[in-house]
Design a protein around this ligand. Structure first.
Ligand code: DAT
Ligand code: MG
Length: 149
C-alpha cells in the first residue's frame, strides 16, 4: 500500500492547525500509520531539505523548521502521495488554490504550514529519515469497506 510523509511545520503547530490538518486527511479516507511530535535537529532538517542546499533560502528554511515542534506523520492509501500534494496545494500559499491547506490557511511561502513528499522515491526516503520501521503501525481500519469498492 502506498505511503507518504507529511509534516506540519512549526507555523502550523503554533497557529493551532494540527487538528484541522489531520482532520482533512482522516475525513478524506487515508489511514494514519505513523505520528510523532518533535523539534527536529539541525542534522535531520538539513538531510530532509538536502535537495535545496544550494538554494538561497536553504539556511532560513532549516532555521525555521528547527525553530519549534513539528508533527511528523506517515499516511497510507491508494494514490496518497499525489493526492496529499493536491490537498496541500502550491508551494506559495498566496497562489495555492482555495480548498487546499495552503490556499485556505496561509499567505506566505516561508510559512506554508505543511510538508508533503512529492514522489514515490522521496516518500520512501523521507519516511526512512523520520521514522524507524517499528514506529509505523500496520492496521486495517474498519471503515475500509465503506471507502473502497
Ligand atoms: P514544497 O514544500 O511545495 O515541496 P519545495 O520543495 O520547492 O516546495 O520547497 C521546500 C520549502 O522551501 C517550501 O515548502 C518553502 C521553502 N521555499 C521554497 N521556495 C522558496 C522561496 N522561493 N523562498 C522562500 N522559501 C521557499
Ligand atoms: Mg518539496
Amino acid at each position: 500500500m502506498e505511503r507518504t510523509f507529511l509534516a506540519i511545520k512549526p507555523d502550523g503547530v503554533q497557529r493551532g492547525l494540527v487538528g484541522e490538518i489531520i482532520r482533512r486527511f482522516e475525513t478524506k479516507g487515508f489511514t494514519l500509520v505513523g505520528l510523532k511530535f518533535l523539534k527536529p535537529s539541525q542534522e535531520l532538517a538539513e538531510q530532509h531539505y538536502a535537495v535545496h542546499r544550494q538554494r538561497p533560502f536553504f539556511a532560513g528554511l532549516v532555521e525555521f523548521i528547527t525553530s519549534g515542534p513539528v508533527v511528523a506523520m506517515v499516511w497510507e492509501g491508494d494514490g496518497v502521495i499525489a493526492a496529499a500534494r493536491k490537498m496541500i496545494g502550491a508551494t506559495n500559499p498566496l497562489t495555492a488554490e482555495p480548498g487546499t491547506i495552503r490556499g485556505d490557511l496561509g499567505i506566505n511561502i516561508g510559512r506554508n504550514i505543511i510538508h508533503g513528499s512529492d514522489a514515490p522515491e522521496t516518500a520512501k526516503s523521507e519516511i526512512g529519515l523520520w521514522f524507524k520501521e517499528e514506529e509505523l503501525v500496520n492496521w486495517q481500519p474498519h471503515l475500509t469497506p465503506w471507502l473502497h469498492e
